[in-house]
Write a protein that binds this ligand. Structure first.
Ligand SMILES: NC(=O)c1ccc[n+]([C@@H]2O[C@H](COP(=O)([O-])OP(=O)(O)OC[C@H]3O[C@@H](n4cnc5c(N)ncnc54)[C@H](O)[C@@H]3O)[C@@H](O)[C@H]2O)c1
Length: 439
């Protein structure tokens, strides 16, 4: 079949630098995994860009290339890593501290990890109350700090001979804040940076520095960050793609699998109680009610949007939904989540579903980081700017255009992602109508 005119995508030539605020459990597991895959010690399980195929044309055409052969993505050998943290530990030490990976696995990638030494972080104790670290930029206004970050980016680019860069926030969850007046326009925001406005969070200073430098930005945590008119304005002005927020990994991943299924069958829901224990540094930060509130918002919103109680009041009007997270050090990064789901069926008869997910948070998050880095870079080379809704698949709280409700159903998200790739390459979109097979 003749291909349609497709989007022009610049080739993925040269080095792609991945700059990460937060050299902690997720980011070191991601980097260690990429280095292990490059050396043939591991497989990139969980990564769409590395493992998934994409069907093209009709079911009878038998065309299902790997995504990485279909769209021009940067190769793993072209990635170089850098980042910032409030602790001075190099990535090997930070990974050893996080205890996600077995020492024997970590040892095999010790050399590349040891070379990654975090740059001095932009940090504010009011936004992450439980952590104290020495490796911080401790003088100047917020604008000065943004400029120092831009200088870090520039130096990293030069030292590593990088052609392109991506920034992805893997640092701690910041305390809950709503957009304030300083976030309304870029001008207000820049004024606020100069005046040290307390409503500007560190993550927003990183995002500002990235966007100003023309670097795409992804937000793996639930903090507001780029979800403000001012930073959206900057992303569009600089033609830079952005996406967020909060990696969809453990319990919310399960929730967005189960809830669309219940709704598809028109089964009712009266309550959903989710509780977790986890013992890593993320769990410790989330013990603070301010940081937990930020997380709670993204975790709670998914169900509401999937179930659409205003369209289905008989089924979902009075859902009691609660989410708890408890810090429990013995478990480290191996989180355990329990879900009690009270549903009802024909004639209102009640039933229950129990889910007990013994997961590994960073093992689930690492492939998402890889995909986001590669897809954001692709988006930039394809001239796409602003919010990348097709990457909602990866997030608990997907960013959308103002006024548009987010799509949380993971299967709709996946279809949107793959159709975006088909659209980029001028292939027919897949609607699953399929009438042509029965003509
Ligand atoms: N692992 C998952 O499944 C998952 C899912 C969704 C979201 N997240 C989010 O991803 C983030 C990272 O998770 P993690 O388990 O790696 O946490 P972590 O605590 O191991 O790592 C975060 C690191 O960020 C550093 N940090 C804090 N503020 C900083 C700043 N301003 N600048 C630079 N560094 C800073 C901390 O010192 C820490 O080393 C968290 O916000 C978490 O909520 C993780």
């Amino acid at each position: 079949m003749a291909q349609k005119e497709n989007v022009h995508i610049a080739p993925a030539e040269g080095k792609l630098a991945v700059l990460i605020p937060g050299i902690g459990a997720v980011s070191t597991t991601f980097i260690a995994g990429v280095e292990a895959v490059k050396r043939g010690f591991a497989k990139p399980i969980g990564s769409l860009t590395q493992l998934s195929t994409i069907r093209l044309g009709k079911r009878t055409d038998n065309r299902s290339p790997l995504i990485k052969d279909f769209v021009p993505l940067a190769g793993l050998n072209d990635l170089v890593f850098g980042g910032w943290d409030i602790f001075e530990d190099n990535a090997y030490e930070a990974a050893a501290h996080a205890k996600v990976l077995d020492p024997a696995d970590l040892e095999k990638v010790r050399e590349p990890l040891e070379k990654i030494r975090p740059m001095k972080a932009v940090f504010d104790q009011d936004y992450v109350r439980r952590l104290h670290g020495p490796n911080v930029k401790d003088h100047g206004t917020k604008m000065d700090k943004a400029e120092m970050l831009m200088e870090d980016i520039d130096i990293f680019r030069k030292n590593n001979n990088a052609d392109r860069l991506i920034m992805i926030w893997c640092a701690s969850t910041e305390v809950f804040h709503k957009p304030a007046s300083v976030h309304q326009t870029l001008k207000d925001f820049e004024c606020g940076l100069m005046k040290n406005d307390p409503e500007i969070a560190p993550s927003q200073i990183y995002a500002y520095a990235a966007l100003k430098s023309g670097v795409p930005f992804a937000n793996g945590a639930p903090n507001l960050t780029t979800d403000t008119p001012a930073l959206l304005e900057l992303a569009r002005e600089r033609s830079v793609p952005i996406c967020g927020k909060d990696f969809k990994t453990g319990q919310t991943f399960m929730k967005t699998l189960i809830a669309p299924g219940l709704k598809a069958r028109m089964l009712g829901l009266s309550g959903w109680f989710s509780t977790n224990i986890l013992g890593n540094r993320d769990g410790e930060v989330l013990e603070d009610p301010g940081s937990f509130k930020t997380k709670e918002e993204t975790k709670l919103s998914a169900l509401e949007h999937i179930l659409q109680p205003s369209l289905y009041p008989d089924l979902y009007k009075d859902v009691y939904h609660a989410v708890r997270i408890n810090y429990y050090p013995p478990r480290g990064d191996a989180k355990e989540g329990w879900d009690n789901i009270d549903i009802f069926g024909w004639m209102g008869y009640p039933m229950q579903i129990k889910v007990n997910f013994l997961c590994r948070d960073s093992i689930l998050a690492a492939p998402l980081v890889l995909d986001l880095v590669l897809f954001l870079d692709l988006a930039q080379r394809a001239g796409m700017r602003g919010i990348q809704e097709w990457l909602s698949f990866y997030f608990k709280g997907p960013m959308t255009a103002p006024g548009l409700y987010p799509e949380h159903d993971i299967f709709i998200q996946l279809m949107k992602l793959k159709n975006t790739l088909r659209w980029m390459q001028g292939e027919d979109l897949i609607t699953h109508l399929g009438l042509e097979y029965y003509d």
